[in-house]
Each structure stands twice: as structure tokens, then as C-alpha cells.
Write a protein that binds this ligand. Structure first.
Ligand SMILES: NC(=O)c1ccc[n+]([C@@H]2O[C@H](COP(=O)([O-])OP(=O)(O)OC[C@H]3O[C@@H](n4cnc5c(N)ncnc54)[C@H](OP(=O)(O)O)[C@@H]3O)[C@@H](O)[C@H]2O)c1
Length: 410
């Protein structure tokens, strides 16, 4: 594959691919390149521009911060000029505020304004409390995007800074983008459940494969690169055993801009895939600890890797609980049709990524990606909101969240 040509066709930086940033530019008077110029020259920056830059910064940690949130930070000097920026890069390492403060002198911070996408943490976790560190600085103001729902923080971080005499305010705008950038973390904190996204590549008439099982490829290579980026964004990729048996996929991440060893979950009630460990690519691609096989009790077939035994893999709530216990906090469900339908049927999907190719297969030849979803009344339709649509070479991507966190249209 000609990488350079692919990227020059407009895929660009990987960071704007996250939903929070997908269409951000369209309602801004300043473009990202204007903001880049401000950053490069240390010119004056509005709080809104600083918050947008902080969002872009946050997104740079997309493959490495889980279970922590993506957080970005920008610091302006007392005249409102850009001073520095930072992001939370890796779980267990420096938070965004600490990264942005690195290398700045006390005199530069006198009267400065710190802008951060999420409330500074109040507690000592893997790293010391950011709020306590900020409280010791000669800043004049801190603006944060969202209150951190973690009960150890929620409002306490802001209070520590306020008690030190620094003005603190919650930013009233860009709420959707600020929530989307750390949506998995917010969901985990509020629901104590795994955040589930589904990704599917279909024709215009909603087919994900031929009825014969042939599906490679429906969308173009540009969309497939994008899909690899999505794999990097979530803790693990989940598929049904038919996809493994029919397509023999490796389900690894192959991307020119970043490297990540991903985890894969396969739902296989009777362990059919486990009986073909010698010839399926998935077994030679992944280390055993990264390949989680979910079977019904009694069907483990002496598998030496990560095995999850449940009463029935049909019970997806139970499957998700078991995966939560293994430390997974976000999942990308990639299919096939039975798996996608069942996750949708049980309203267990929070975000959908639908890649569509401008092609048709027809319902006699093609398999619908929702073939097992059976909704009998219009009142019961599943509905997406906060839609974003972006071109992906000859295809397009539509992403949105299910209404009321996965409940139905009404
Ligand atoms: N275009 C795309 O984006 C895309 C993506 C992925 C796959 N595909 C295509 O999709 C096709 C496979 O789809 P598929 O619908 O036949 O199979 P699938 O969804 O990949 O796998 C379904 C199988 O998984 C097992 N399973 C275990 N627990 C389940 C649960 N709770 N819900 C549903 N299934 C569960 C079942 O087998 P047991 O009863 O044996 O456990 C079931 O038959 C392939 O042709 C593949 O190429 C397309």
C-alpha cells in the first residue's frame, strides 16, 4: 500500500478522527490552522480557542490513557497570550496540567490562566493531586470544561484551588465536545459499566457481507485505516465466532502512525474456534493474555489463554460484567451481524460508527447488519443523536450516540 498517497488523500493527522473533534471546525470562526499559528507564535488566544486547543491536545492520548480520561490543558500568560500546552499521555503518568506546567518559571505563571478540559483531580492516585499542585502556583484563574464525576474529585478539585484564592470557573460552552472526548470515562464513572461502541462497514443498503459470507472488502482502504485507529481507541475489539471462522481475520492494529498491541474478545458459546487453534490467524497474531475467549461453561477445550466461562454467551450483560472484572473499560464491537444485532437488541451500544460505501448489493444477495433485530413498532425504533458525518475517500462515516444512552427513540 502506498502510505504517502493514502495520507495525502486527506486522512491527515489522526487526532481529529475522534468524534469530539470531527466537525468542530465547521462552526468556528477560526480554523485549526489559525490556532496552530497562535500556538507557534505565542500570540493572544481567547478562552474558547484555548479550550479547543486543549481538546485537540486531549485527543492525542487516545490509545494510551485508559482507564483514565483523555484530558488536555493550555496555559495563557497574564496578558492572555499562549504559554504552553499538555495532555495526559499515559495511564499512571503525568496528568495534562502537570505536562502543560513543565518547564514554566514562577514569573511566567504570575497571573496566568490555566484552561483544562476536565476538573483537576483532588486525590492522590498513581500521581499526586493536580488541584493541590495548582493551588501552590501564583495563577489568577483556572477554567475547567467538565466536573469530574469521580466521587473522589467531583467539585473537590475546584474547591481546593478556590480555597487558595485562585478564581475558578466551569466553562459553559463546548459541552458536547468536552463530554465526547472522555465519554468512555464518564460512562464508566456514572454507570460502573463498560462503554460499548459498535463499528460496521456496509453498502448503502445496509449489507455487511454477501449471504455466502464474503465481505472483503465492502468499504475502501481509507475507511479500513480509520477503523484501525478506532481499534486503538478502545480497550478491546469484540467479534462473534462466525466472523473468526469465515474471514480468518488477524484483528490486530495495522496503522502507519501509531503502534498498539490490542486485546480481542471472541464470543463462542461452544468453543468452535478453540478447536481450530492451529489454523486460525487470530491465535498466531495475539499473545494468549490478549486473546479473551468467552464460552459457555464446559466448552473451554483446554484453551491456555484468557478464558471467560459464563452460563450463556447469549447473556451479554453477564459477558460485559465478566469483561469489566478483567479490567476492560471500553469495547469496539465489530460484528458480524448476529453479534451487532444482539448488542443493539439489548440496548448495550452507546456509540455507533457506520462506514458506508456508495454501493448496493440488494437484500436477496446481501446480509443486513441488523438481520436479527426485530422492532415491530415505529415507537420502538433505536435512534441516534449527536450525529457527525465525515467523508472517508469514496465512502463516508456516520457516528452518533444512541438516544438516552442506548434506549429507544421515545
Ligand atoms: N462488514 C463488516 O463490518 C463486517 C464485520 C464483521 C463481520 N462481517 C461479516 O459478518 C459475517 C458473520 O456474521 P454472522 O452474523 O454470521 O456471525 P457473527 O456475528 O460473527 O458470529 C455469530 C456467532 O457468535 C456466537 N455467539 C456467541 N454469543 C453470541 C451472542 N450473544 N450473540 C450473537 N452471537 C453469539 C454464535 O455462535 P455459537 O452459537 O456457536 O456460539 C453466533 O452464531 C461474516 O461474513 C463476516 O465477513 C462483516
Amino acid at each position: 500500500m502506498d502510505e504517502v498517497k493514502l495520507w495525502s488523500r486527506g486522512l491527515g493527522e489522526f487526532v481529529p478522527r475522534l468524534p469530539a473533534l470531527l466537525n468542530l471546525g465547521t462552526h468556528e470562526t477560526l480554523s485549526q490552522s489559525d490556532i496552530d499559528r497562535i500556538v507557534a507564535t505565542g500570540s493572544e488566544m481567547s478562552v474558547r480557542e484555548a479550550m479547543i486547543q486543549a481538546l485537540v491536545e486531549a485527543s492525542r492520548g487516545f490509545a494510551t490513557t485508559s482507564p483514565n480520561p483523555l484530558v488536555g490543558c493550555v496555559i495563557l500568560d497574564r496578558e492572555g497570550r499562549f504559554l504552553s500546552k499538555g495532555f495526559h499521555e499515559k495511564f499512571g503518568e503525568g496528568h495534562a496540567e502537570v505536562q502543560a506546567l513543565k518547564g514554566l518559571r514562577e514569573d511566567q505563571l504570575l497571573g496566568a490562566h490555566l484552561i483544562v478540559t476536565l476538573e483537576p483531580c483532588a486525590h492522590q492516585g498513581k500521581t499526586p493531586s493536580c488541584a493541590k499542585k495548582i493551588a501552590e502556583l501564583p495563577l489568577s484563574k483556572v477554567t475547567y470544561g467538565l466536573v469530574d464525576p469521580n466521587p473522589l474529585v467531583a467539585g473537590k478539585g475546584a474547591q481546593i484551588i478556590r480555597d487558595a484564592g485562585i478564581q475558578v470557573e466551569e466553562y459553559p460552552e463546548l459541552k458536547q465536545e468536552l463530554s465526547e472526548i472522555c465519554e468512555a470515562f464518564l460512562w464508566n464513572q456514572r454507570q460502573q459499566k463498560i462503554f460499548v461502541a459498535a463499528k460496521v462497514a456496509t453498502t448503502l443498503d445496509g449489507c455487511l457481507a454477501l449471504k455466502t459470507g464474503e465481505s472483503q472488502w465492502i468499504t475502501g482502504e481509507h475507511s479500513r485505516y480509520w477503523a484501525h485507529e478506532l481499534r486503538g481507541t478502545y480497550d478491546a475489539t469484540l467479534v462473534g465466532v462466525n466472523t473468526v471462522l469465515q474471514d480468518n481475520p488477524s484483528l490486530s492494529i495495522r496503522h502507519p502512525r501509531f503502534e498498539k498491541i490490542n486485546r480481542v474478545v471472541v464470543l463462542d458459546s461452544k468453543g468452535r474456534g478453540l478447536q481450530r487453534q492451529q489454523d486460525l490467524k487470530i491465535f498466531s497474531t495475539h499473545d494468549k493474555e490478549n486473546l479473551i475467549w468467552v464460552v459457555n461453561k464446559g466448552y473451554s477445550h483446554s484453551y491456555q489463554g484468557q478464558l471467560v466461562e459464563v452460563e450463556s454467551t447469549e447473556n451479554l450483560e453477564q459477558v460485559l460484567q465478566e469483561l469489566w472484572k478483567l479490567g476492560l473499560r471500553s469495547l469496539l464491537v465489530e460484528g458480524g451481524a448476529q453479534i451487532l444485532s444482539n448488542f443493539l437488541k439489548h440496548q448495550l451500544v452507546q456509540r455507533l460508527y457506520l462506514f458506508q460505501a456508495p454501493r448496493l448489493l440488494g437484500s436477496l444477495a446481501g446480509q443486513s447488519w441488523t438481520k436479527d433485530l426485530n422492532i415491530s413498532s415505529l415507537d420502538g425504533m433505536l435512534a441516534l443523536k449527536n450525529l457527525k458525518v465525515a467523508p472517508s475517500a469514496d465512502d463516508f462515516l456516520l457516528t452518533g450516540v444512541f438516544n438516552d444512552n442506548g434506549r429507544t427513540a421515545k
